[in-house]
Design a protein around this ligand. Structure first.
Ligand SMILES: Nc1ncnc2c1ncn2[C@@H]1O[C@H](COP(=O)(O)OP(=O)(O)OP(=O)(O)O)[C@@H](O)[C@H]1O
Length: 837
């Protein structure tokens, strides 16, 4: 517990302007504040916490619903949710005085995302700290200075709480309002304040640990000082410094990088690399070539996990070794079932199979190949995928994810115990969910949950790191998707880190459009993840079933809106997704989406920032004339065709004037940036047709890559193809970097949609929509006008898939009719077969 499984190299940016003079810890901050000015807000004996928080927000000009987000509030009040009969909640909206949550919600942040931010900020302190305790702690750290600068001259500082746990890279944060001492710095510092730290997996950590390296990590959220005008409220984040040092294990490769400039105050950290789209996959040759060597280094390790006694296995399930596969298990009679319920054992430091002593810790072997590929920005090998073809006339996707660990920085894996979001207890709102009930029932009955409790009914698909099966919890009629990964295979192929990344991210998630991890265990050297089963398939297949092989705009809007919320949530957890494409978006039983596949995601640490939105502009219109009134009749730039004729709100009527005034007022309000907009990684990761230019150019990338892929994704849903696809991968990459965006003649797509795509597919990430303040910018785009973000989960989806009951019973019958059924497990050549009989 308390250690990272992989090494990490953290390059920490510091705010050069302020770190020297500023107090570095919460205690110092408080002392510092006391020295400067007497607080104007103190917790009075008769005041409630809510009152005080309200005061806090009043101090930063957050007052009423109208002043918070007039556009959304107005829309929510006047419009019904998308086709959601009766789903509109009259209770949605803002009341006065506004509460903390409401204030956040008013800043165009969905409730789920807000919860993610809260969850993230409170995670590390102590999982057992109650919500009230967190709020109380948070409040205690709030001090508002008064004096010559007036009550609005404040900075809100998120200071990581000192954690007693050995958790990983997440920190509890306390907002602290401090006096803006650097009042002379004015606006200039605003842009320099945002910084982010990146923690990417570095498998070397494990080897260091093995070698007795007691590396201590000092991962800090970097100091983020956002100094604005004297009267402007600023939310800054200070580094955890010593406070956080116990939280993270990192290697001795902790480094620090001073902040660069206003736009480049980020860190380079790396970990993942590109991976294939559905069919073909690109991997490094070096990985494969050294695979055998890597296995020699695998050493049995005593498990520190909470091991569960073997139980009587499902005798119907055996595992056969394929021709090429290594000996992974014996037959069902001789093999002992050694399963680790990792969800229950989330406090354990590592996942280790008790029987074979294969451990997930042996990620050190992943490093050489990764390092060998550093500084490479091209995919070296194109390994054809073993993914099965889609039946019928539906063509398979030619988009393959690519994975190249090209960054020179390391990654950090967090202690699972503190990232765990998979236990029902952490999701009380899901406690009555049938799947949780049956899972918990089996756990209670047998003391653990393992592969033997499931009937594998059907193979749903194979990925780079494992195979996904439709499985039924025996005796429950309850379907799950189980991703089965062969640990030995992963170790040989240097993919252990990716698997671990995915596993750890899954454990963090708690969002309607993201998978729920119901259980995680290791059985016979197979690592298994039990998740929601999505009977609707993926959007790639679904798109090809549409007339014209593209979605109508309304349907596309629905899907991209849900994806946007999922991405927003991930960003607020410090996760840059990096592999958005229709193949990774599954359709749930109810027709809503589920974004999957996190093994290429980048995890980073960042601090939410509240900035005065002096520089905030309305959603940008793309193109050279977008921001101006283009009067050039000869302007023929492809982007101008849309931008020049984008309707504007003209103050010609009283209502229009009022709208404009309200919009101006909204833009002048402070804005919370709760996404890692300054994240940086050098990994070559993604899918060719979806790769952002900055990834291809190896310039370092951050969360803006998700907005690029979001644009490609919308384009593909609407037009049935991606915009830069070439004859081959190289041509595709060249097109992405050099070719200007063009829209086909048909199908007819609204200019709002095209303008959004154009705004997202800006090749310079700094000018891309979403780069500055994250998803909020995109949500405000006219393409989404009228969309009730908070209630989209209640909206009627474009299509409802066939009931999973049918799928399950079909699969069951299939399995019984055919007698013996072999289900392949594994990927890229080597196969491990499950024999069902
Ligand atoms: N929860 C699920 N419900 C239904 N089908 C699923 C589910 N998860 C995965 N699948 C199917 O299984 C296939 C393989 O999924 P998997 O995540 O292993 O591969 P992938 O998407 O290529 O990612 P990776 O290569 O990173 O493993 C998917 O393409 C999808 O069709």
């Amino acid at each position: 517990m308390g250690s990272f499984r992989g090494n990490c190299e953290i390059i920490e940016a510091k705010d050069e302007q302020s770190t020297a003079q500023r107090p570095q810890t919460l205690r110092h901050l408080r002392a510092y504040e006391r020295e400067q000015k007497p607080p104007i807000l103190k917790k009075g004996p008769n005041k409630t916490l809510e009152d005080d928080i309200n005061k806090l927000f009043e101090a930063v000009n957050l007052r009423t619903c109208k002043s918070l987000d007039l556009s959304d509030a107005r829309r929510n009040a006047s419009k019904k949710p998308m086709r959601g009969n009766g789903s509109y909640s009259p209770g949605i909206g803002f009341s006065e005085p506004v509460s903390l949550k409401q204030a956040l919600r008013g800043l165009c942040i969905s409730q789920a995302a807000e919860m993610a931010a809260v969850k993230r900020s409170s995670m590390p302190a102590s999982p057992r700290v109650s919500e009230a305790g967190k709020i109380s702690n948070m409040y205690r750290s709030v001090v508002v200075e008064t004096g010559e600068y007036g009550p609005s001259h404040v900075e809100i500082c998120l200071v990581p709480e000192e954690s007693t746990s050995n958790s990983s890279r997440s920190f509890g944060v306390k907002p602290v309002i401090i006096k803006n001492t650097d009042h002379n710095s004015s606006n200039a510092a605003c842009s320099t304040s945002k910084k982010a730290q990146y923690l990417e997996e570095k498998p070397e950590t494990e080897s260091l640990k093995q070698n007795g390296c007691s590396s201590v990590s000092v991962v800090g959220t970097q100091l983020m000082k956002t100094s604005l005008k004297e009267k402007d409220p600023v939310l800054i984040s200070t580094p955890p410094h010593n406070n956080a040092r116990d939280n993270i294990n990192i290697s001795n490769k902790v480094s620090s990088v001073p902040s660069m400039d206003s736009t480049a105050s980020s860190k380079l950290v790396d970990k993942a690399a590109p991976k294939p789209r559905r069919k073909s996959r690109l991997q490094n040759v070096s990985s494969s070539s050294s695979a055998v060597k890597g296995t020699k280094d695998v050493r049995p390790t005593k498990s520190t996990s909470r091991l569960v006694k073997p139980i009587a296995r499902n005798k119907n399930l055996t595992i056969k070794k394929s021709k090429k596969a290594p000996v992974l298990a014996t037959d069902g009679n001789s093999r002992k079932s050694n399963e680790i319920n990792s969800v229950e054992a989330h406090n354990s430091e590592q996942l280790i199979c008790q029987k074979c002593q294969c451990s997930l810790k042996d990620t050190s072997k992943d490093i050489p190949d990764c390092e060998a590929d550093r500084n490479t920005s091209a995919v070296k090998t194109n390994v054809p995928s073993n993914k099965p073809c889609t039946k019928g006339d539906i063509s398979q996707s030619s988009k393959s994810s690519i994975c190249d660990f090209s960054s020179s920085t390391n990654s950090t894996l967090s202690d699972e115990s503190n990232l765990s979001g998979s236990t029902c207890s952490n999701r009380p709102h899901m406690s009555k969910d049938m799947r949780w009930e049956v899972i918990n029932h089996v756990k209670k009955q047998y003391g653990f949950l393992g592969l033997s409790h499931f009937n594998l009914l059907k193979k749903l698909g194979s990925g780079d790191i494992g195979t996904v099966y439709l499985a039924e919890l025996i005796g429950t009629n309850c379907p799950f998707a189980i991703k089965v990964m062969d640990n030995e295979f992963l170790a040989r192929r240097k993919k252990m880190v990716r698997a671990q990344t995915e596993r750890e991210i899954l454990r963090m998630l708690d969002h309607p459009f993201l998978p729920t991890l119901y259980a995680q265990f290791t059985s016979d050297n197979l690592s298994c993840l039990v998740m929601d089963f999505c009977p609707g398939g993926d959007l790639h297949v679904l798109r090809q079933k549409q007339p014209g092989r593209n979605f109508p705009e309304q349907a596309a809007r629905f899907y991209v809106a849900e994806v946007l919320l999922a991405l927003e949530y991930l960003h607020m957890l410090g996760i840059v997704y990096r592999d958005l494409k229709p193949e990774n978006i599954l359709v749930r039983e109810d027709g809503h989406i589920m974004l999957t596949d996190f093994d290429l995601s980048l995890r980073c640490s960042f601090s939410p920032t509240l900035v005065q939105s002096l520089a905030m502009e309305p959603p940008r219109m793309s193109g050279p004339c977008a921001g101006s009134n283009c009067i050039d009749p000869f302007c023929s730039g492809p982007t101008c065709k849309v931008s020049c004729f984008t309707p504007r709100i003209l103050p010609t009527t009283a209502r229009a004037r009022k709208l404009k005034a309200e919009a101006d007022h909204t833009r002048s309000l402070p804005q919370l940036i709760a996404e890692p907009t300054e994240a940086r990684s050098n990994s070559f990761v993604g899918t060719h047709e979806y790769l952002a230019p900055e990834i291809i150019k190896g310039e370092g990338h951050g969360s803006a890559v998700d907005w690029w892929t979001f644009g490609i994704f919308l384009y593909e849903l609407l037009y049935g193809k991606t915009p830069f696809k070439g004859a081959g991968n190289e041509e595709t990459l060249a097109n992405v970097v050099m070719q200007s965006l063009r829209f086909p003649e048909g199908p007819i797509v609204s200019f709002q949609a095209r303008d959004l795509i154009r705004s997202l597919l800006v090749k310079e990430p700094e000018n891309r929509l979403g780069t500055e303040t994250g998803s909020a910018e995109i949500k405000r785009h006219p393409f989404f006008q009228g969309l009730n973000w908070a209630l989209i989960r209640c909206a009627v989806p474009p299509q409802i898939p066939e009931s999973y009951n049918g799928v399950v019973s079909d699969s069951r019958t299939d399995s019984q009719d055919k007698g013996k059924k072999f289900l392949e497990c594994g990927a890229s050549g080597e196969q491990l077969e499950f024999e069902l009989f």
